[in-house]
Design a protein around this ligand. Structure first.
Ligand SMILES: [Zn+2]
Length: 375
């Protein structure tokens, strides 16, 4: 496990002088209880966000659809390594329903130690989901929307404050992973999901004992997409260096259902479909830390409709690659064997035609068999 435990001391957001942005954002702020200054945007009017929040109409917006055929392999992109994420159970973390999502506050001692040009410190994580009627990830891959998506938000501490970082290019880093229905409960998500019924109403808050935060992410943090984008909620600051992991996180059907049906948002309605539609790239490039050529998407298989996400697809990609290598290897072995056999036949014929040679019919077979039996 790449995660190593750092100091126990918490670097609380408050200690950094952080105060909530006037508009609030589950991506970059510590949400407060609903009040006069509560951000009044909603997912129902997301087409109107840019009227009040101009950045939402910008040209570096998130989320995006990741067209895997257009991604660019970048060998400089090193695996993401987290540090300090195995939080002690004595640490109490705030878990809140802010009306737009469920937010877990994270200590700044949790960092991204590698995978970005500089270290980033954690702020919070939150989730996006759909409804029983359909999936709700924010990013899509080759047009496919997944059941849900986790966003782990970090800031660049080289800026004077989190508030400053979230407004500056490269000030924020978000680790994103797709949530997908799998065969069994994901125990890493239980600390969050089992508390949801305590924060059903907007503004409700509870405490969660520290646990291993890295367990919420995929096991493979080496294969991911990277691009420059924005917060996916108002004020849509275009300051996020995104990481979207290729491997998905599997939750049981019951766990996904719990997420989709427990919380309430504005007007006491079910908090569902809290995802923004994908935004235009406007010429932006999406980098990949891995060679997309190894992905199964380039090898159409009967009935294979999945983009290159999830364990099964990854394994399929590796097995296809292995099959190619083995086929080549056997081809070479066959050619060498055939060549050796031809040379041997040629030698035998040469010997047999030499005037002083003694014919030894079947000698090689007889002798070899005898030797083998004698051993
Ligand atoms: Zn988000």
């Amino acid at each position: 496990m790449s995660c190593t435990r750092l100091g126990l001391s918490l670097l609380l957001l408050a200690a950094l002088g952080w105060t909530e942005d006037e508009h609030g954002s589950e991506h970059a702020s510590h949400p407060k209880k609903k009040g006069p200054d509560h951000g009044h945007w909603s997912y129902a009017d997301k087409a109107q966000w840019q009227l009040e929040y101009p950045y939402c109409g910008g040209q570096m917006q998130s989320p995006i659809n990741i067209d895997t055929n257009s991604t660019i392999f970048s060998p400089e992109l090193q695996p993401v390594v987290l540090a300090g994420c195995n939080l002690d159970p004595s640490e109490q973390l705030s878990l809140m329903n802010n009306g737009h999502t469920v937010v877990l506050q994270l200590p700044g001692s949790l960092t991204i130690a590698s995978g970005y040009p500089q270290e980033h410190r954690a702020m919070q994580l939150h989730l996006h989901w759909g409804s029983p009627a359909g999936p709700g990830s924010e990013h899509t891959v080759d047009g496919r929307r997944y059941d849900g998506e986790i966003h782990m938000v970090y800031y660049n501490p080289s800026y004077e404050s989190i508030k400053e970082a979230m407004r500056q290019p490269g000030g924020l880093a978000v680790l994103a992973a797709f949530l997908q229905v799998g065969p069994e409960d994901n125990v890493h998500y239980q600390p969050l999901l089992e508390q949801l019924d305590e924060i059903q109403e907007e503004g409700k808050e509870t405490a969660v004992a520290g646990f291993n935060i890295e367990g919420l992410l995929p096991t493979n943090l080496g294969r991911y997409y990277r691009y420059s984008g924005s917060l996916t909620t108002p004020p849509c600051y275009q300051t996020v260096n995104w990481t979207v992991f290729n491997q998905t996180v599997l939750l049981s059907k019951e766990q996904i259902s719990l997420l989709e049906t427990t919380l309430q948002g504005d007007d006491d309605k079910d908090l569902q479909n809290n995802f923004r539609l994908t935004q235009s790239l406007h010429g932006r490039k999406v980098l990949a830390s891995f060679q997309a050529a190894l992905s199964p998407r380039r090898v159409p298989l009967p009935g294979a409709g999945c983009p290159p996400c999830g364990d099964s697809e990854n394994q399929l990609g590796l097995s296809l690659q292995t099959a190619d290598v083995l086929a080549g290897l056997f081809g070479v072995l066959f050619a060498v064997t055939a060549l050796a056999f031809l040379i041997y036949i040629h030698k035998q014929r040469s010997q047999n035609t030499r005037p002083d040679s003694h014919p030894k019919p079947n000698v090689i077979y007889t002798a070899a068999t005898t030797d083998e039996n004698a051993v």
